[in-house]
Design a protein around this ligand. Structure first.
Ligand SMILES: [Zn+2]
Length: 419
């Protein structure tokens, strides 16, 4: 096998590229890595295309001489591609560097290397990737933006929507939020923008356009009026459903309030030890019954003796969760019973919750009837939370949005050797 054939395989270069030469530069004294420099040219006879738009265009000049692209590492060595970079005269963009098959326009990295670092950035975070490949954080960030922009230009995430979920996501301390829209059918995030106001939701409907808005049948969201009013105004044909994920969140918050009241009561009357023991229950009570160990379940049963009010609150939360997975008619009947019981429970947070649920009853029944489960929002919310904590927060909402889209909109690059 010829050396150039081996190189072509190792570097994953396509047939339309000619390897003109290669050189291995030894590592310097400072513990650097050896570098394989491969000189390339495009196959002669291929017509020059504009690097920006890909349109065939007449030759312009030789540009600024040769250019270098960092390519995927080979074992202990890093690698670099070198090639001439002539310019074509694009009818739209004017003199522009010619399109090359191994790299995206305006990048110092090859397409394959860029896909690898973006793939890694999605799995871990940009800082870890920057260290791993000895490049700057900004270079990783730019690669993410380039890959996301290219991928989003190829797909239309807003086509064929029937059921969507609109939600808010925190990106920074101090009430900084994004509005995120998911498709219930595919589970993908399809749109995200800075802010959580009526204007933000309006700009989503603007992007969707009237024709596609008319095809929307279901919109799930929480009780937020800034979402509901705009949805009712812009998409009157769609049924607004209350996301069950948020409903359970409300019940969990009510339970936590009861537990806190009881704890404060114990602290005042029952001594420090009982109060301390009770405080330890917090995380136990907030978890779902099926996720508890037998010992933890025993602790909750003991509550029956120790603290009847907290147990009643916990039962109300779990019952509501069960109702949300029942068939429609059974669920409606069970919800009537639940509301009656909660209103008479003498647990202030649950009396209030019952009032809220009555207010949103229509939206909740729509959710139950059409089985728009909370799975989508829940898994996307959790994934977005993981992205945020992996990056230790985002200062710039745009780079957060880029990472959300890369990870959750189905546009993540596959590894170059998997293509
Ligand atoms: Zn062009």
């Amino acid at each position: 096998m010829r050396v150039t054939s081996v190189l072509r395989k190792l570097l994953g270069l396509c047939a339309s590229v000619v390897i003109c030469g290669f050189e291995l530069t030894e590592a310097g004294g400072g513990g650097g890595r050896p570098k394989l420099v491969v000189t390339l040219r495009r196959k002669s006879g291929t017509r020059g295309r504009c690097g920006r738009c890909g349109v065939v265009a007449p030759w312009f000049d030789n540009g600024g001489g040769t250019r270098t692209w960092r390519h995927v590492d080979i074992g202990f060595a890093t690698s670099e591609l070198v090639s001439a970079a002539p310019r074509v005269n694009c009818p739209v963009h004017g003199p522009t560097v010619i399109e090359v098959p191994w790299a995206r326009h305006d990048s110092w990295f090859s397409r394959a290397f860029e896909d690898v670092i973006v793939f890694d950035a999605i799995c871990s975070n940009k800082l870890a990737v920057a260290r791993r490949y000895a490049i700057s954080w900004r270079a990783v960030n730019n690669a993410c933006v380039r890959v996301a922009t290219e991928a989003l230009g190829r797909v239309d995430l807003l086509s064929g929507l029937v059921a969507i979920a609109i939600d808010e996501v925190k990106y920074k301390k101090g009430q900084r939020y994004l509005t995120v829209v998911c498709d219930h059918l595919t589970g993908k995030v399809i749109w995200a923008a800075k802010g959580r106001t009526k204007d933000t939701v309006n700009s989503f409907f603007d992007a969707l356009g009237e024709e596609r808005v008319a095809k929307l049948q279901f919109v799930t969201c929480d009780g937020a009026e800034w979402i509901r009013t705009v949805v009712q105004e812009r998409s009157p044909g769609a049924l607004v459903c209350l996301d069950t994920f948020h409903l359970i969140e409300w019940a969990t918050a009510a339970l936590d309030e009861v537990r806190r009241e009881e704890w404060n009561h114990l602290r005042r009357t029952g001594g420090a030890r009982a109060a301390k023991e009770f405080k330890g229950l917090r995380w136990l009570l907030l978890r779902n019954w099926e996720n508890l160990s037998p010992k933890q379940k025993g602790t909750i049963r003991e509550l029956e003796q120790a603290n009847k009010r907290t147990l009643r609150a916990w039962q109300l939360k779990e019952e509501l969760r069960d109702i949300m997975s029942m068939p429609f008619i059974t669920a409606c009947r069970a919800l009537d019973d639940w509301l009656a019981y909660a209103s008479r429970s003498r647990l202030a947070p649950f009396v209030k919750l019952a009032r809220t649920i009555r207010h949103y009853r229509e939206s909740i029944e729509a959710t139950l009837e059409w089985k728009l489960t909370n799975g989508i929002s829940e898994s996307n919310n959790a994934a977005i939370g993981r992205i945020r904590s992996a990056a230790r927060g985002f200062h710039d909402p745009e780079s957060f949005i880029t990472m959300i889209m890369l990870a959750r909109a189905g546009i993540a690059p596959s590894l170059p050797w998997a293509n």
